[in-house]
Design a protein. Structure first.
Lengths: 236, 408
């Protein structure tokens, strides 16, 4: 594994994610589905990790919990020093806003808005009102889309759309960046460009990067791979 | 999330679906337009009717004889009745009494001949009834005394007889074959709610009684117009008149052979009728506004379903329930606010057109778009948008972010 300067500086005693004995049980009628059985993990600040596993292994559930989109049924989860397990909906929203950036497989851009407006989508929820345009513009420049800030998603290629999505995820300077199959909808060349961009951003700003993928080539570029099977972590 | 930003975002999203947004607005436009038009037409009708009632004069009391089965020996109103009412000792609240006797007679000038309503009047008629002259003079006390053969023509009557109005004074016309000198032409009062006030002729009361309109007994008259001293004394004057007539006609209690209307009571009745009509029309129009509101709810629900992923994304980016609710409520209230504003314009346009048609067809009638109805419509339509937006907005806000993001 290549040496990453920022990651090296971050020691084991500086974890951004601490999860102890996470379990998630869905009730489908009378049947209980144990999506996560018992997952404990620790992710350090600035680390680049990937979560892998076959479908049904619980990796989406784990990502939702780590991204504060969902709460665990059991267990304790601490994100960037804040205990998350006991928060209500609005507090979760606030945590997501401040600490988590999301990148999705299908980009999830607002088709009616320009790249700039898309990047700004989350800013109002953070209470940012002045200088928002400039922050968004800087984020777009950081992902290499400076000249295209006024284009709508339909006028951008898939790779460019994913860049807009990455800019949107970074605009609030989150502690972790959750990327769910970020290259899944892209051909391998463009996919690699996106991976390079993500890794580069990690190198420059030290943002912790968590990539959910089932592509071993993608996983190979991360510092650590967490493999899930049947709701449990396999030893990697 | 600040207010201006949410309005901008709502505008952007409404703009993204122009056809749908404008069709949804159309429901509100028609609803508000109908409410505004109906209220303004109602207000116009009310002011036109009460205007023409007040145009008759001020503080008036109308007395006429009335046949009723309950009265065994009804007596007509007579000159003596009028004199008794005019007596300040018997009726201190009465200022003036103007008796009239009325008939339909043929008036001829040269080969032209018209049949019109001819009233025998006294010298105070003009004062009591708010009449003004276009040209010439009114009938005087002396002319009444000497049964002069003079006549005042309404503008329409003069126009019909002569073909012109100016210079009619001084000509001689024949009423019932007898020559009468024209001494004046009335100003136009317009076609009011009480028939055409411009097509008639006025002659001295005594002349009419003796030579034109024959009644038995000969001292009988058709109606009395009484003017009270002041607006406050109308009711006392009414009581005094009732007492005088009851005594003079010796009628049993509760069986009067005459009827009394005050101008105010006529005004009240007219206002009640137009008020009920306005409420009725406005109510019917409000139903269409309600239908428009349901249209908004329908479209907002479609929009929530369509934008499930967007809602999920916004929640993932930190949007709280409140933010999502505000976003959708802003959209629905903006829809109805714009619809309301266009609707106000439409309603105003309709009422102007109705006013023009009314004037063209000879009824002076000005629909009034009041500030109150504009405010009411704006508030009401926005409230409709808010109310019918609540359900779709809460539905959007209650979506689970995980589920919403997964939806296709």
């Amino acid at each position: 594994m290549e040496a990453v300067p920022v990651a090296e500086e971050c020691s084991v005693d500086n974890p951004v994610i601490v999860a102890n004995n996470l379990a998630k049980i869905y009730k489908m009628g009378k049947v209980e589905v144990h999506a996560l059985v018992d997952v404990s993990l620790q992710i350090n600040r600035g680390e680049v990790i990937s979560i892998m596993g076959p479908s049904g292994s619980g990796k989406s559930t784990l990502m939702n919990i780590l991204g504060c989109l969902d709460l665990p049924s059991k267990g304790e989860y601490i994100l960037d020093g804040e205990p998350v397990s006991t928060l209500n909906d609005d507090q979760l929203a606030s945590i997501r806003n401040r600490k988590v950036g999301f990148v999705f497989q299908s980009f999830n851009l607002l088709t009616r808005s320009t790249a700039l407006t898309n990047v700004e989508t989350g800013s109002p929820y953070a209470g940012i009102s002045s200088g928002r345009k400039m922050i968004a513009q800087e984020a777009l420049e950081a992902v290499g889309l400076g000249p295209r800030i006024h284009h709508k998603p339909s006028e951008l290629s898939g790779g460019q759309q994913q860049r807009v999505a990455i800019a949107r995820a970074l605009v609030n300077k989150p502690a972790i960046l959750m990327a769910d199959e970020p290259t899944g909808n892209l051909d391998s060349k463009v996919g690699q460009e996106i991976m390079d961009l993500l890794l580069n951003l990690n190198k420059e700003s030290g943002t912790t990067l968590i990539i959910v993928t089932h592509d071993p080539e993608i996983a190979a570029q991360t510092q650590r791979v967490i493999k899930l099977r049947d709701g449990l972590v396999e030893i990697s | 999330m600040n207010f201006g930003q949410s309005i901008l975002e709502a505008l952007e999203s409404l703009n993204a679906n122009k056809l749908r947004s404008s069709l949804t607005m159309l429901g509100i436009v028609i609803g508000v337009g109908a409410v505004i038009a109906m209220l303004s037409i109602g207000a116009g009708a009310q002011s036109s009717i009460s205007g023409s009632i007040q145009g008759i004069g001020s503080n008036l009391i109308f007395v006429s004889s009335q046949r009723s089965d309950a009265v065994r020996n009804p007596k007509p109103l007579t000159i003596e009745d009028a004199q008794a009412i005019a007596d300040p000792l018997q009726a201190p609240s009465v200022a003036q009494v103007a008796p009239t006797i009325q008939g339909s007679l043929e008036i001829t000038f040269g080969r032209e001949s018209v049949t019109t309503s001819v009233s025998g009047i006294t010298a105070n008629y003009s004062q009591v009834n708010n009449e003004t002259l276009y040209q010439g003079d009114f009938i005087t006390v002396e002319q009444n005394y000497e049964r002069a053969s003079v006549v005042i023509l309404g503008p329409t009557t003069a126009e019909n007889l002569f073909g012109y109005i100016d210079g009619v004074v001084g000509q001689t016309v024949r009423l019932d074959g007898q020559p009468f000198r024209v001494i004046g032409v009335l100003n136009s009062k317009g076609g009011g709610s009480f028939g055409n006030q411009d097509d008639r002729a006025l002659v001295p009361f005594s002349t009419a009684q003796m030579r034109l309109i024959h009644r038995s007994p000969s001292n009988r008259l058709d109606s009395l117009t009484v003017q009270a001293v002041s607006a406050e004394s109308v009711i006392t004057a009414t009581d005094e008149i009732t007492q005088i007539l009851q005594t003079r006609h010796r009628t049993a209690v509760g069986a009067d052979d005459f009827s009394i209307f005050t101008q105010q009571s006529i005004l009240d009745i007219a206002n009640t009728i137009t008020g009920v009509l306005t409420v009725f029309l406005g109510g019917v129009a409000a139903i269409s506004l309600l239908v428009g509101g349901i249209g908004i709810m329908n479209i907002m629900l479609v929009s929530v379903t369509e934008r499930t992923r967007e809602i999920g994304l916004r929640k993932a980016l930190g949007g709280r329930k409140r933010d999502i609710i505000i976003q959708f409520l802003t959209e629905s209230s903006l829809l109805s606010l714009f619809g309301g504003l266009i609707g106000i314009f439409l309603g105003w346009l309709i009422s102007v057109i109705v006013g023009k048609i009314a004037v063209a067809s000879g009824t002076p009638f000005t629909p009034v778009v009041g500030l109150d109805s504009v405010l009411l419509a704006t508030l009401f339509s926005t409230a409709v948008g808010l109310f019918f937006g609540i359900y779709p907005a809460t539905r959007a806000a209650n979506l689970e972010p995980v589920e919403a993001l997964r939806s296709e």
